[in-house]
Write a protein that binds this ligand. Structure first.
Ligand SMILES: [Zn+2]
Length: 105
């Protein structure tokens, strides 16, 4: 069984009645939420994949090293605050974070 089929979920309302809506910037697939109550309706898959993208952790670490708050980072990188916290708790990145801070100083 392959797990490549990913269920797309609306990041605003969690709805699963989703249609494709063309391509957004950087070639990201855009989606449209069909939930009439949904506050946002349009979103890109990037929102859902961001947390798994290689490099997002680096951005989180770098921004933290630059003194940004967790909420600010989450907002600017379009990830959840939980993702930021998880990344900061991740030992693998702790080492790199220290290196980063040394360079910064
Ligand atoms: Zn929605």
């Amino acid at each position: 069984m392959s797990k490549h089929m990913l269920e797309v979920e609306c990041p605003s309302c969690g709805g699963k009645n989703i249609s494709k809506n063309g391509m957004g910037h950087q070639g990201m697939q855009r989606y449209l939420c069909n939930n009439k109550e949904c506050p946002k309706k349009s979103f890109m898959l990037k929102y859902l994949y961001n947390g798994c993208e290689h490099g997002i952790e680096w951005k989180i670490i770098t921004n933290t090293a630059n003194g940004q708050g967790i909420r600010d980072i989450a907002r600017s990188l379009e990830v959840s605050t939980q993702k930021v916290l998880d990344t900061l708790k991740n030992k693998r990145f702790h080492k790199q974070r220290k290196l980063r801070l040394y360079q910064h100083n």
